[in-house]
Design a binder for this molecule. Structure first.
Ligand code: WTA
Length: 655
């Protein structure tokens, strides 16, 4: 496996933090839940599904006869948006605040469940007027504003699968995603507030849509104001949504009706459109949100800091929490605007009780210093969560002490875009947690760690993480490419889903996630494939060849380091200057988005290759991490590494 060093270096963690008796007593998930799920896994998931409101009951829990293409709650029918909004109003909670929205510039807006229902109905009517019908795809390219959530729910309500594209992605990334899903409508905004200024969004959409014949209309939310270019496809959100009726009858769709497509990086350049469906997905995200985040809808204020452009925003801002009638904070901006205490200020003012965030953010706050959180009253917090990448024990302890005041359980939750919902995580009222470990599979989830032959390894050993049983929120495939679904996840060991992560059992039976074993990097909790960045670099006219590796980074987990060979015609003085590095970094930002900008670009005369022409990334990682070179005996040209060492040039890290 790729991560031998990480495996053998893992030190034994002795510290265990059991839940307090007070927390344990009030927890939604009690110890018996494990035994219950072990005794009858499918009956356990059926019980979780009964928390939802179904228009038609299912006749079969799981149909796995077409494995690996699962069907859950076969024959059942439901409307996902009805489950997330209307039923709470019908139950008498129309005045409960669903969203406590806070804009970066300080503007605030509370949206009650009744208001959310009205807006989702109006948006659903508007989509229908624009000719969007069940099954049509809608691309959503919006900042973190209430309309983003309304747009997703309106799509769900009419059965039009949405494809949310992170608003930090470039026009090119947006174009390829619209194109792959042949979206009929794009929902966007004029701009978004980032770090105190208004950043335009609409121009990227114009650029993308110009090359996407499938798009009939672009629906534009006015967020930042100011002039925007207007085309005959464009419609203002406030014009068309505002004049619709607030009445809309939700249609019940089949449990397997597609709910959304979300693109994620794979090991080849082309992003994969991960397909999720309705009944099983909503069952698992609401169940895990109830059991792992321990939501009490009458008293909690939940805050998941993710963006709706990622799966965490789909599952733990929109679908899980709203299905469970949460009151939650939605924040538009960055953590350091106007000051480095913005998050702690939000927690103090909204009396947030449950915080769900990513290790990269926690490490950034550690670096900024304790004075920022300590200057605010965080005593409302009662549970903390982590997601997106391994959390190192130091960051876990800091999170516990400085943010959680030593009283809040921490749930480190492992899952993926593909799994739809949490898979490996502690139960906060049951599990004694070790700092840095996601502990074990949740009730109803089957996981194992296997060696190269697919044989499960025991406690004290490491290998590849696999999932051994189908689960309700599992992806139903890759949009338009069923074979790629099988090849990517089900071919290495056909009986298991291969997650692409390395993992280890410690001698006490806790699971430690060890990062990706494939060519996918994890940058600040975001998956970016090495090939994707390489093809972006090679698409620049001055680049002949590129190799990209993820190198350890204290803050972001991994940082992107690129090695490029320039084309013959580039003059030496240009190849040696800093301008080329800046130019290439900006080029990657243009092709993919600023999050994919390499931390460092090294212009080199050669790349280390084996005799068969395979780039030896292991050696490049050694260089990128300033380590002594590992075994270089299989290099075709042993001199190449000293050439690289001489030619090193780094790029400035300006964002
Ligand atoms: C990593 C994000 C360790 C892992 C929900 C996985 C984690 C990838 C954890 C999925 C965690 C996510 N501990 N690693 N708690 N959570 N990962 O699809 O490598 O954006 O395969 O989904 O993030 O990233 P994705």
């Amino acid at each position: 496996m790729a991560d031998d060093a990480a495996l053998s270096n893992l030190s034994y963690e002795e510290r265990v933090f059991p839940p307090t008796p007070e927390f344990a007593r009030q927890a939604n998930a009690q110890p018996s839940i494990y035994a219950q799920a072990d005794a009858d896994r499918l009956a356990f998931w059926e019980e979780q599904a009964r928390h939802l409101t179904w228009a038609e009951p299912w006749s079969q829990v799981l149909d796995w006869s077409q494995a690996p293409f699962a069907k859950w709650f076969v024959g059942g029918r439901l409307n996902v948006a009805y489950n997330c909004v209307d039923r709470h109003v019908e139950d008498g909670f129309g005045d409960q605040v669903a969203l406590q929205f806070e804009g970066e510039q300080g503007d605030r807006r509370d949206v009650t469940y009744r208001e959310l229902q009205d807006e989702v109905c109006q948006a659903a009517n508007a989509l229908t007027e624009l000719g969007v019908a069940a099954g049509d795809r809608v691309a959503i390219y919006l900042p973190m504003i209430p309309e983003a959530i309304v747009a997703m729910l309106a799509c769900a309500r009419i059965g039009a699968p949405h494809s949310v594209v992170f608003a930090g992605f470039s026009a090119e990334a947006l174009r390829s995603r619209i194109d792959d899903a042949t979206a009929k409508l794009v929902i966007t905004a004029d701009g978004q507030n980032r770090r105190g200024s208004a950043m335009p969004l609409k121009p990227a959409v114009d650029e993308a849509v110009a090359d996407c014949p499938s798009v009939e209309n672009v629906l534009v939310v006015r967020r930042t104001g100011g002039d925007v270019e207007w085309t005959d496809k464009d419609v203002w959100w406030h014009d068309i949504v505002g004049r619709q009726s607030t009445q809309h009858t939700p249609e019940a769709f089949d449990s397997e009706h597609p709910l959304f497509i979300l693109y994620t990086s794979g090991t080849t350049g082309k992003p994969k459109g991960i397909l999720h469906t309705s009944g099983g997905y909503l069952t698992q995200v609401s169940s895990t949100h109830r059991n792992v985040h321990d939501l009490k809808p009458d008293t909690d204020v939940f805050w998941c800091t993710a963006d709706i452009g990622w799966v965490t925003g789909h599952s733990y801002i929109v679908y899980g929490p709203l299905a469970n009638r949460a009151t939650q904070v939605v924040y538009e901006g960055t953590p350091d605007t106007p000051g480095k205490d913005r998050w702690w200020d939000i927690i103090e003012r909204h009396r947030v009780t449950i915080l769900y965030t990513a290790p990269t953010a926690i490490r950034t706050f550690m670096k900024w210093g304790d004075e920022y959180p300590q200057g605010k009253d965080l005593s409302s917090l009662r549970l903390l969560g982590s997601v997106g990448e391994p959390i190192n024990p130091e960051a876990w302890m800091w999170y516990r002490d400085v943010i959680g005041g030593n009283r809040c359980p921490i749930v480190d939750t492992w899952w993926q875009t593909e799994t739809g919902g949490m898979m490996i995580a502690p139960l906060p009222g049951v599990t004694g947690c070790k700092p840095g470990s996601a502990m074990g599979p949740l009730p109803g989830v089957g996981a194992a760690i296997v060696d190269d032959h697919g044989t499960p390894v025991g406690h004290g050993s490491g290998g590849y993480l696999v999932l051994t049983e189908p689960w309700p929120a599992m992806l139903r495939g890759i949009w338009g490419d069923p074979q790629r679904y099988i090849d990517t996840y089900w071919s290495r060991w056909p009986q298991y889903y291969f997650a692409g992560d390395g993992a280890k059992w410690d001698t006490d039976g806790a699971i430690w996630l060890l990062g990706r074993v494939d060519d996918v990097m994890n940058i600040a909790g975001h998956r970016i494939s090495t090939t994707e960045v390489e093809s972006a670099l090679v698409s620049h006219p001055k680049v002949a060849e590129a190799a990209v590796v993820g190198a350890n980074d204290d803050t972001t987990g991994q940082g992107i380091v690129a090695f490029v060979i320039l084309r013959g015609g580039v003059p030496a003085e240009e190849a040696e200057g800093d301008a080329i590095v800046t130019e290439l970094r900006n080029h990657v930002a243009h092709e993919i988005g600023p999050i994919a900008k390499p931390r460092q670009i090294m212009v080199v005369p050669e790349l280390p290759k084996t005799r068969s022409g395979k780039i030896m990334r292991r050696l490049l990682r050694d260089v990128a991490e300033n380590r002594a070179l590992g075994d270089a005996t299989t290099l075709a040209d042993p001199a190449v590494m000293s050439l690289i060492a001489e030619g090193l040039k780094s790029g400035a890290d300006d964002d």
